[in-house]
Ligand binder design. Structure first.
Ligand SMILES: Cc1ncc(COP(=O)(O)O)c(C=O)c1O
Length: 440
């Protein structure tokens, strides 16, 4: 493997969520992609075991999406959606309304998961205020939750390092306990059996603050970025019941779970629990053009239309809300998912995937294995005194051996494009097993 040349001043690009200085010493550069594979700077094929960052569900360079974006850029490059519209944006919103559970019928477009989260939090606050319930201003998240990097998202988020350097964040936020309980649930297949009662932590918080001050609760139905934490059986149902009891809106952050990751259009559908708002991004355009969408319940939208105190019902929006290229990419992505029946494909592959994930049991350093849909996690025992070092090393070894994996600390997360074949699943886990055997 050749070491790629970086420009004289590689630091001119301040890389996101990256150890920049270490990267400059040992760069990993990607020059092309197709289907399940990237091409590295030195011409190697690298299997994408993470669908990029949980976004390339239909595989790379899907011809349908490439063609749609090419056509769009030469027809209408940009148009504003403040006071003007494009027909395709309305078409996309209708298609999304059909895709998500009944009642979630209205769509607000953003450019990323972080923006979707901040948008959903703002819509929740707006909803209560317009109904005359203006005391409901508190927002509740969960420890270890990841909701992007906007100030709203890091406030309700529960990843300490993402919050620590950034001041006082939003006021009036509290956090429920997380659901990760390896002592009781290690090596669960699918959702863990123990822990539904952790949802009752919302009762504690509601009673502490007075439930009538709480606007919304936001959770990832399946937490990905913090290292794949699965909801205990019955947990999400219980959270829904408690929200209903107290008049609290429930937001599912589905930035990674929507568009097929669990073998359904949404985790809401998978778990049979209907939230009031769903935040999405990533798979919406198969990662090809930045876009997010917040899917909003009928009663929230209707209330805004009926109760707003100004002709503009919601003072919120982005220059690039419903950007024509993103809309074209999203319409083509939804079409590709449909034509190739990719959600059902993920569902059908899930049992084999589960077997493959759990085949790593007993290998060196493996502390836990988790799976759901086409998501897997390998939790490694940290090196004494050096948390995260073993995970980083595994990621580097995988890259050297033609595999892109994602690590959060010492947890390896796997979430391949939904086009992965049975053969490729075996190759992926064969390679990973070899790496684990050789890892210090
Ligand atoms: C659950 C969740 N919410 C929000 C985000 C933020 O999305 P973005 O990076 O597009 O802002 C992510 C990204 O991984 C996510 O997993």
């Amino acid at each position: 493997m050749d070491r790629p040349a970086l420009p004289n001043d590689p630091g001119s690009f301040w890389m996101p969520f990256t150890a920049n200085r270490a990267f400059h010493q040992d760069p990993r550069l990607i020059t092309a992609a197709d289907g399940m594979y990237y091409t590295s700077h030195d011409g190697r094929q690298i299997m994408d075991a993470t669908a990029g960052l949980w976004c390339v569900n239909a595989g790379h360079n899907d011809p349908l999406i490439v063609e749609a974006v090419q056509k769009q850029i030469s027809t209408l490059d940009y148009a504003p959606h403040f006071n003007f519209g494009t027909p395709q944006a309305f078409e996309l919103a209708s298609k999304l309304a059909d895709l998500f559970p009944a009642g979630l019928n209205h769509v607000f477009f953003t450019n990323s998961g972080s923006e979707s989260v901040d948008t959903a939090l703002k819509i929740a606050l707006h909803y209560h205020r317009m109904r005359g319930d203006a005391a409901r201003t508190r927002l509740i998240g969960r420890e270890r939750g990841y909701h992007g990097v906007g100030f709203g998202g890091i406030s309700v988020g529960g990843i300490v390092k993402n919050r620590a350097q950034f001041g006082t964040l939003l006021n009036g936020v509290d956090h429920m306990r997380h659901t990760h309980d390896p002592a009781r649930n290690a090596f669960s297949r699918g959702c863990p059996e123990h822990g539904a009662e952790l949802a009752d932590d919302l009762i504690r918080i509601a009673e502490l603050h007075d439930p009538s001050t709480i606007a919304a609760v936001i959770v990832e139905p399946m937490a990905g970025s913090t290292g794949v934490l699965l909801p205990p059986v019955g947990y999400l149902q219980r959270l829904r019941e408690i929200c209903d009891r107290y008049g609290i809106l429930l937001i599912f952050d589905e930035v990674i779970t929507a568009y097929g990751r669990l073998g359904r259009a949404s985790a809401a559908e998978y778990f049979g629990v209907k939230p009031d708002l769903i935040t999405t991004a990533k798979g919406l355009t198969n990662g090809s053009v930045p876009m997010g969408a917040v899917i909003v319940d009928e009663r929230i939208y209707t209330s805004a239309m009926e109760n707003a105190d100004a002709p503009i019902e919601l003072f919120h929006g982005y220059t690039y809300s419903a950007h024509p290229l993103a809309v074209a990419a999203a319409l083509a992505s939804l079409e590709s998912y449909r034509r190739n029946d990719l959600f059902a494909r993920a569902d059908a592959l899930a049992p084999l995937w589960e077997q493959a994930v759990h085949s790593l049991k007993g290998l060196p350093h493996v502390a836990d294995l988790r799976n759901l849909g086409l998501v897997g996690a390998v939790e490694l025992q940290p090196r004494p005194g050096a948390p995260g070092a073993r995970g980083t090393e595994a990621m580097k070894m995988a890259w050297a051996e033609g595999l892109m994996i994602r690590v959060t600390g010492d947890i390896i997360a796997l979430s391949p494009p939904l086009i992965i074949t049975e053969d490729e699943i075996q190759q992926l886990f064969g390679k990973l097993a070899g790496i684990l055997r050789r890892l210090d």
